[in-house]
Design a protein around this ligand. Structure first.
Ligand SMILES: [Zn+2]
Length: 201
């Protein structure tokens, strides 16, 4: 289920220190640009709504891809991002306020999403792991681990959305629990899929 962790034997303390300090820089940059739970609340809601609207057979009149890309860029600024599950584990170790049990839980959960995303390579691009930071004033108040994926080019929407539901439900398949966001998002995508199926009839 996990990637093999590289033996640390050839790594010097200096290279480990350099690696960790790079990860801390990533975290620092993301925390500086963290989403403010008061100021950015509308932005976060708008982003979530647009991510779902993107997949509708007929997007709402006010749907604008450029706006979605801007919102996504803003969310990514607040995100410390890495490519592999090993780096994700190391990233979590550098974040203040997470205990070992929370880190293990997050690694297992996101790894389940990523495993299924990588099995769905024909429809889904796997783009790594991240931690999104939220602040209130100057204080980091919460964080949200994520697995980053995207739809591959012009792949059939029904196939892509069916696969996306499997990616969202992956933690439960791997004996883990789904998050509330996973539950809500997969229920919403089921509704979107039903619209395509009605259109097909
Ligand atoms: Zn999840």
């Amino acid at each position: 289920m996990f990637e093999q962790i590289n033996p640390l034997i050839q790594q010097t303390p200096e290279s480990l220190e350099a690696r960790d300090s790079k990860l801390r820089e990533k975290i620092g940059r993301a925390q500086e640009r963290a989403l403010d739970v008061d100021i950015d609340a509308d932005l976060v809601q708008r982003y979530a709504d647009m991510c779902e609207a993107e997949f509708l057979p007929v997007p709402p009149k006010d749907f604008d891809m450029a706006e979605l890309k801007n919102l996504e860029a803003r969310v990514l600024e607040a995100t410390a991002r890495v490519d592999t599950i090993v780096d994700f584990q190391l990233l979590l170790e550098q974040i203040d306020g997470l205990d070992p049990a929370q880190r293990a839980d997050m690694v297992e959960h996101e790894n389940a999403h990523a495993n299924v995303a990588q099995q769905k390579g024909e429809t889904t691009a796997f783009l790594g792991y991240g931690m999104v930071f939220f602040k209130q004033g100057d204080r980091i108040v919460s964080m949200q681990p994520i697995t980053l994926t995207d739809r591959i080019g012009s792949v059939d929407m029904v196939r892509f959305l069916s696969d996306k539901i499997e990616v969202l439900r992956a933690p439960s398949v791997y004996g883990h629990k789904m998050s509330e966001d996973d539950e809500r998002e997969s229920a919403n995508i089921e509704k979107v899929l039903a619209q395509y199926r009605r259109t097909d009839e």
